[in-house]
Design a protein around this ligand. Structure first.
Ligand SMILES: [Zn+2]
Length: 126
């Protein structure tokens, strides 16, 4: 994963993408307790963890632990030298992550190859 320093005020940096579906702009999760990892969006995390129930992630409660199985919120400092856990995560970092959208529209729109084809056809028709 090629990371670059960023600023919380700018939302999700360019490199902050789901490794499985390339979704960009929303919340991502990382596996807990490992040094090298991939980031996944909510849907891919749930798929990986076989989480069938919907995960409820409140947008306004920075104290809430929004883990999905053994994946935890992927929250780094602005220079991307530290990935915080729930105990050491400063409030500005929490707020940055919680303010990112949870489910990305482009992910929601394209869960199946059929829908992807339909969307491509619509684009062609325009
Ligand atoms: Zn994804």
């Amino acid at each position: 994963m090629n990371t670059e320093a960023f600023s919380y005020k700018d939302g999700a940096p360019k490199w902050y993408r789901c490794a499985a579906c390339d979704a960009h702009g929303g919340k991502l999760w990382r596996p807990a307790g490992v040094k090298f990892f991939t980031l996944l969006c909510v849907q891919c995390s749930m798929g990986e963890q076989r989480a069938r129930c919907r995960v409820h992630i409140p947008e306004t409660d920075p104290e809430y632990s929004a883990a999905i199985g053994n994946r935890v919120p992927a929250i780094s400092d602005e220079s991307v030298t530290v990935w915080y856990g729930s105990d050491d995560c400063p409030v500005p970092a929490r707020l940055w992550w919680f303010n990112l959208p949870t489910v990305l529209d482009d992910v929601k729109d394209e869960p199946t190859p059929q829908r992807r084809r339909a969307k491509a056809a619509r684009r062609k028709a325009d």
